[in-house]
Design a protein around this ligand. Sequence first.
Ligand code: KIV
Length: 271
Amino acid sequence: MSVNKEIKKITTHTIQKMKDAGEKISMITAYDYSFAKIFDSAGIDIILVGDSASNVMAGHETTLPITLDQMIYHASSVVRGIERCLVVVDLPFGSYQGNSKEALSSAIRIMKETGGHSVKLEGGEEVLESVKRIEDTGIPVMGHLGLTPQSIYKFGTYTVRAKEEAEAEKLKRDALLLQEAGCFAIVLEKIPAKLAAEVSKSLHIPTIGIGAGGACDGQVLVMHDLLGINTEFKPRFLRQYLNMGEQVTGAVKNYITDIKSGDFPNENEQY
Ligand code: KIV
């Protein structure tokens, strides 16, 4: 009897079926081969190669400085580490806002040069033409509404968005427009849980929340936050699953001590 070892890959269609079946979608960020491999074998549904790489990998204050070439480097490393999950790659600031032709050529570079499966971009009505043009080319697009970090200098703060009626109404409209334009899912970042619940119910495509409450169809967190690598960032919405920063510090301290004392390497650790 032959065993079918074919791996069931997660596609945008799987993600839609999950929403239809009421199954929650899990998403995490990753930026390199090794972590992507761990998250994929742990069973994550989606890996987002976020432009948060600008913060957590490069140490910038905002997501604005990261370039398309740098995103391509991170995304292609992630893709080499995965076997089954869906990979979404952020279009970085400045690579799609100019016009829809620029947006399409950035999306095409990501697809050709990384092997990723889809792109994500921030904004609603303002980016609709780009979303349509990318979608029409056969590239799946994930939207991103609410706190969109590429607009941080316009917002002036990282606090909760769409608390006021006018902004909430625009967000609801934008979500429907993105769905109509062909987005396969939308990230809702840092908005009131009640609004996220309303948006999630009004859409047939899935919503993925970050700081947007439990009624979203899925959840996403930045890996450095949930693993406790970045311990300075402690927003209310974050659940930290590991104290990796502390554990790594302890391990490296032991390593230093062992080198200084001459304990490492011992007889069994040499040739
Ligand atoms: O870049 C990123 O990590 C993101 C998530 C916060 C959704 O866009």
